[in-house]
Write a protein that binds this ligand. Structure first.
Ligand SMILES: NC(=O)c1ccc[n+]([C@@H]2O[C@H](COP(=O)([O-])OP(=O)(O)OC[C@H]3O[C@@H](n4cnc5c(N)ncnc54)[C@H](OP(=O)(O)O)[C@@H]3O)[C@@H](O)[C@H]2O)c1
Length: 242
């Protein structure tokens, strides 16, 4: 264990999480890639190791208490501080289903991954985050989680209606505000990020921007050591309304 800066990213085997793992490792971080499937994780890790990047795997299913506890235990055995936590793992379902017909079981699954997952991971990793000055926590939110924009029919976000997914991100935004209040005295920034419309499996690769652009945005805010931006929501064009 040394003084090298460390980052832990959930859902790091592909998409935005993978691009962010690559970028932070290129910036000199020791990156811990959270993956729920070790086979997929090893394939992703091999790509980055071939570029001589300092990347390690941690098995984690953010929807599962025991898995998160074991992942946190494993990290604590291997690092003595965590500079950046990126709660990136998440998924979207039922995007074409109206709210009145979206199964509760499916809404719960989205909340388990998108809302309770980041809360669990953050709670378990706080001792490591408190062991370094100016740590950052990035919560991967979504612009569809903005109540103000979703309720405005003049915006594209007012035209879509993803009840389970959007509300899971709205609830995550509320936890950003709550954690930011608690963690400000420790110098820990807690920030919600909307990455843009990114071409990944989440949207069947229909996005218009690259995972690399999302990674640049995440890294920009994760590396900003400005506590005045904690508890806020940012996208590619700056601050967003809750
Ligand atoms: N793409 C966009 O335009 C967009 C816009 C706004 C917000 N976001 C957010 O950005 C984040 C990353 O999404 P992406 O676009 O990169 O999607 P993606 O390519 O589908 O990647 C999602 C990642 O999350 C992992 N994951 C899902 N559920 C998990 C769980 N329960 N435990 C651990 N890992 C889990 C997946 O693992 P597996 O490979 O094992 O499934 C995968 O690594 C998500 O939170 C998403 O809501 C994306």
């Amino acid at each position: 264990m040394g003084n090298q800066k460390t980052a832990f990213i959930t859902g790091a085997n592909k998409g935005i999480g993978f691009a962010t793992a690559k970028l932070l490792a290129e910036k000199g971080f020791q990156v811990w890639m959270g993956v729920r499937d070790m086979k997929k994780g090893r394939e992703a890790q091999d790509v980055l190791k071939a570029q001589d990047l300092d990347v390690h795997l941690v098995q984690i299913d953010v929807s599962n208490d025991e898995s998160v506890a074991l992942a946190a235990q494993y990290l604590k055995q291997n690092i003595n501080k965590l500079d950046i936590l990126i709660n990136n793992a998440g998924f979207a379902a039922d995007l074409l289903v109206v709210p009145s017909e979206e199964p509760i079981s499916s809404i719960i699954k989205q909340y388990e991954a998108n809302t309770f997952g980041p809360v669990r991971v953050t709670q378990h990793l706080l001792p490591l985050l408190k062991s370094t000055p100016n740590a950052s926590i990035i919560m991967m939110s979504s612009i569809v989680g903005s109540l103000e924009l979703s309720g405005d029919e003049s915006t594209v976000y007012g035209q879509v209606n993803f009840a389970g997914y959007s509300s899971s991100k709205t609830a995550l935004n509320a936890f950003v505000v709550a954690f930011a209040k608690e963690l400000k005295p420790f110098g820990i920034n807690v920030i919600a990020i909307e990455p843009g419309h990114i071409k990944t499996d989440l949207n069947n690769n229909t996005g218009t921007a690259t995972p690399e652009s999302a990674a640049e945005l995440i890294a920009k805010y994760a590396l900003l050591q400005d506590i005045s931006i904690s508890g806020k929501f940012f996208g590619p064009n700056g601050a967003l309304p809750w």
